[in-house]
Write a protein that binds this ligand. Structure first.
Ligand SMILES: Nc1ncnc2c1ncn2[C@@H]1O[C@H](COP(=O)(O)OP(=O)(O)O)[C@@H](O)[C@H]1O
Ligand SMILES: [Mg+2]
Length: 237
């Protein structure tokens, strides 16, 4: 079982859109996928519409979705207290990784959709993940935060996630966006070749309440996420 996470200290950069679309594409490829919505804002949960189908055993918290092979751990407003709950445990940063372990029998991929910020929760997410996917809107500042993240992770005891950043919400009319998005993958090994453009079809996900490939399979948006998923799949599976 692989654990992937979308992470960025900032909100509104495309973490949830990426988590939902890549989880869907992984499930469509036949992997058994659980998307865990760890953000009390619950955007992933809203987009995927929870099905009341409750799976057996001790997994009553996990719900089905409209899509084969794709389950959801819905966000809960109490998740705003996850930091406090983690803080009350021994070895808080290892706790999430331990909680995920029993899921190994049921899933090939657990995708953690992280809230913004750098908290005990995000630290735990990074400890639990095999790969942290970091959407960056290309500016000099966002590259600095990527370097800070890499440094932060390099100090971890025990397993460290790989970091794969990618250009997100690229506005073709902005020259700086285009330039940085084209240059970065050649210059840095930790930046994916795929860039996700700013596209209104991606905003439509919260109206259609589905991954973009499910309602607009031939769109540029669906193609961009398929390309990103292919990069991630080839590096992890
Ligand atoms: N590539 C994109 N192009 C256009 N809109 C996007 C794109 N990615 C995300 N959005 C929209 O921007 C908003 C924030 O995206 P979201 O994925 O929720 O960010 P985060 O999870 O990082 O806070 C949402 O309304 C989403 O629909
Ligand atoms: Mg989000």
């Amino acid at each position: 079982m692989k654990v992937l996470a979308t992470y960025n200290i900032k909100g509104g950069v495309g973490k949830t859109a990426t988590a939902v679309n890549l989880s869907y594409l992984a499930a469509r490829d036949g992997l058994r996928v659980l998307l865990a919505d760890l953000d009390p804002q619950a955007a992933a949960t809203y987009t995927l519409r929870v099905r009341p189908r409750v799976k057996g055993g001790g997994k009553a918290l996990i719900k089905g979705t409209d899509f084969d092979n794709l389950d959801l751990l819905p966000a809960d407003f109490t998740f705003r207290n996850l930091d406090l709950m983690l803080d009350a445990t021994k070895k808080p940063t290892q706790r999430l990784a331990r909680l995920l372990r029993p899921l190994r029998a049921s899933y090939d991929l657990v995708f953690l959709d992280c809230p913004p910020g750098i908290s005990l929760l995000s630290e735990s997410v990074l400890h639990a993940a095999d790969l942290a996917l970091v959407p960056i809107i290309p500016t000099t500042l966002s590259l600095r935060t990527l370097d800070q993240l890499t440094e932060f992770i390099s100090d971890f005891d025990g397993p460290r996630p790989e970091v794969l950043a990618f250009s997100s919400m690229i506005d073709r009319r902005k020259r700086l966006h285009k330039e940085i998005a084209e240059r970065l993958p050649a210059e840095r090994k930790d930046v994916a070749d795929t860039a996700i453009p700013a596209l209104s079809m991606i905003e439509q996900m919260s109206v259609r309440r589905a991954p973009v490939a499910a309602f607009a399979p031939r769109s540029a948006a669906a193609r961009a996420y398929a390309e990103l998923w292919a990069e991630v799949r080839d590096s992890q599976f």
